[in-house]
Design a protein around this ligand. Structure first.
Ligand code: ATP
Ligand code: BTN
Length: 326
């Protein structure tokens, strides 16, 4: 009962948002009439929408307007462009969590997209800041017959697929940071999170999720590192539906290729986009830090670090790479 009530609340907010997304001013009275609720109720919902991270302002005598135009994710457009099955759940806790819970019913390639995540997460339980409609939150379920050992490579493979897809769309200079981030001009643009949702026989059930900032703005106190948005890298207005579909389709073909060929087909491509190639970096591990020069990845997906002792591969989920100046 509670869940149904919450859903209904969301539906009213989403209906207000789709009216505002058409552009221009919308009076509280008209919005109320349209939705069969009072002006006071409209105003309460607007506050709730603002808490999702949407910038709405009100001008006396005119009504409400979005501070920046938004393109909402649209199931029809996604349907036309996606080669994989998908669910669009505008308001969710975490798209990764949703697919993990549904894994038994899903084919490889099934996608979940959201406009807002109340509990978006990064590696090791860190928060992923997920305001409404200014970014992309996209997850895909994949059953990897090669098992857990091959799962480490997934964030690398998916990262390559995203950068190549952006290049094809005329958006250049997005780079990769080992093992799971996308960078633009040395700032974090997107993060990839691979989670295992169980093992059946030798196969691993995996959920791969990406959050990419598209037009996030302002001060975000929860982010303790330099970050940026894709709008900075593009001279054209970004089309969220088209971007989401192109990423999911690119993941699907890259993951298929990974199943057949393993990392082999991806090492050179990853190194081509390495943000830290031949730069001084440090690797931060549970109980030590090592400084050296980054020399790309090897065929197992390990990061190669050159020190006085030579070139050594490092691999494992607990390692973080940083530029040596940070
Ligand atoms: P690592 O190298 O270990 O992956 P990381 O700091 O990038 O380090 P992650 O777990 O990959 O850590 O990502 C989570 C971190 O990303 C958060 O602690 C925060 O600093 C940052 N972050 C959270 N939301 C966003 C966002 N929307 N855009 C950019 N960065 C974000
Ligand atoms: C990271 O940099 O640590 C990875 C961040 C991954 C965020 C995405 S947003 C979609 C999916 N759902 C989540 O809760 N996390 C991932």
């Amino acid at each position: 009962m509670k869940e149904r009530f919450v859903m209904k609340e969301h539906n009213t907010k989403l209906a207000i948002l789709s009216l505002l997304a058409q552009g221009g001013f919308h009076s509280g009275e008209r919005l109320g009439e349209h939705l069969g609720i009072s002006r006071a109720a409209v105003s309460k919902h607007i506050k709730g929408i603002q808490e999702w991270g949407v910038d709405i302002f009100r001008v006396q005598g005119k009504g409400y307007q979005l501070a920046t135009p938004i393109e909402l994710l649209d199931p029809k457009q996604l349907e036309q462009n996606l080669v994989v099955p998908f669910e669009l759940i505008p308001i969710i806790d975490s798209t990764n969590q949703y697919l993990i819970e549904k894994q038994d019913t899903l084919p490889s390639g099934a996608v979940c997209l959201a406009e807002y995540q109340a509990a978006g997460r990064g590696r090791r339980g860190r928060q992923w800041v997920s305001p409404f409609a200014s970014n992309l939150y996209l997850s895909m379920y994949w059953r990897l017959d090669a098992g857990m050992a091959a799962a480490m490579g997934l964030s690398l493979v998916v990262g390559v697929a995203i950068v190549e897809s952006l290049e094809q769309q005329g958006i250049h200079d997005v780079k990769l940071k080992w093992p799971n981030d996308l960078y633009y001009k040395d700032k974090k643009l997107a993060g990839i999170l691979v989670e295992m949702s169980g093992q059946a026989g030798g196969a691993a059930n995996l959920v791969i999720g990406m959050g990419m900032n598209l037009m996030m703005s302002g001060e975000v106190s929860a982010i303790d590192q330099p970050w940026t948005s894709l709008a900075e890298a593009s001279d054209q207005p970004l089309q969220r539906n088209q971007l989401a579909a192109s990423f999911a389709n690119a993941w699907y073909s890259a993951l298929k290729q990974y199943e057949f060929q393993g990392m082999q087909g991806f090492v050179e491509r990853w190194n081509q986009y390495d943000n830290f190639l031949n730069r001084e970096v440090k690797l931060i591990m549970a109980n030590r830090e090592i400084k050296g020069i980054a020399r790309g990845i090897d065929a197992s997906g390990a990061i190669l670090l050159e020190t006085d002792e030579g070139i050594t591969p490092y691999i494992g989920g607990e390692i973080s790479l940083r530029g040596d100046d940070r």
